[in-house]
Design a binder for this molecule. Structure first.
Ligand code: FES
Ligand code: FES
Length: 204
């Protein structure tokens, strides 16, 4: 059976990319298999778990429900690009400090989804954080630590003192009092580097 390919042109993590793809190929498979961007994971493959979360023209999408050919002419941002930009360094560090990841499979999608919520500004309620994350499944953490980490970063960015809730959030938390958008290179702590690399390609 002959295979048909379409030429597509995208901007991926700020770089122009032109490739030939089969019309049936999903965006997440295209990124992982054709471009080696394995930070986006494939779980359920039918839009439920959120492991394949990506940014398409700035909006959160399911990479498993989006065909690569649909993205012709669009901008795609993956966890690799967002992490390298340094814009979520405080979030990554808070996840590490709060034990908001264990196996790390859900973490790239969780971080992109959390970053979108934090970009709205202010300090969302814990109920709002939970509702926003409701499309991202985590089989390991029980979510409490993830909500803690996001709340910590939201308060730090808003320069509101951290809460002390059962000792979970303390003034010494990473993110508190720090520049929320440090420069991507040179200033990252070893911990940031460790957590960044653990979510950008090693989980395949
Ligand atoms: Fe796409 Fe689960 S793999 S939502
Ligand atoms: Fe394992 Fe979330 S840390 S699925």
């Amino acid at each position: 059976m002959s295979r048909h390919f379409h030429e597509i042109h995208l901007t991926i993590n700020g770089e122009a990319v032109s490739e030939s793809v089969e019309p049936r190929k999903t965006l997440v498979d295209f990124l992982r298999e054709d471009l080696g961007l394995t930070g986006s994971h494939v779980g359920c493959e039918h839009g439920v778990c959120g492991a394949c979360t990506l940014l398409l023209d700035g909006l959160i999408v399911r990479g498993c429900l989006t065909l690569a050919v649909q993205c012709d002419g669009s901008r795609v941002d993956t966890i690799e690009g967002v992490a390298d930009s340094g814009t979520i360094a405080d979030l990554q560090q808070a996840f590490a400090a709060r034990n908001a990841l264990q196996c790390g499979f859900c973490t790239p999608g969780m971080l992109l989804t959390a970053a979108q919520l934090l970009d709205e500004g202010g300090v969302p309620s814990r109920e709002r954080i939970r509702a926003h994350l409701s499309g991202n499944y985590c089989r390991c953490t029980g979510y409490q630590a993830i909500v803690d980490a996001i709340e910590t970063v939201a308060r730090a960015r808003a320069k509101i003192p951290p809460l002390k809730r059962g000792g979970r959030i303390a003034a010494g938390d990473p993110g508190w009092g720090r520049d929320p958008h440090p420069t991507p290179s040179g200033s990252a702590s070893p911990l940031q580097g460790e957590i960044s690399s653990s979510i950008t390609g090693e989980q395949s």
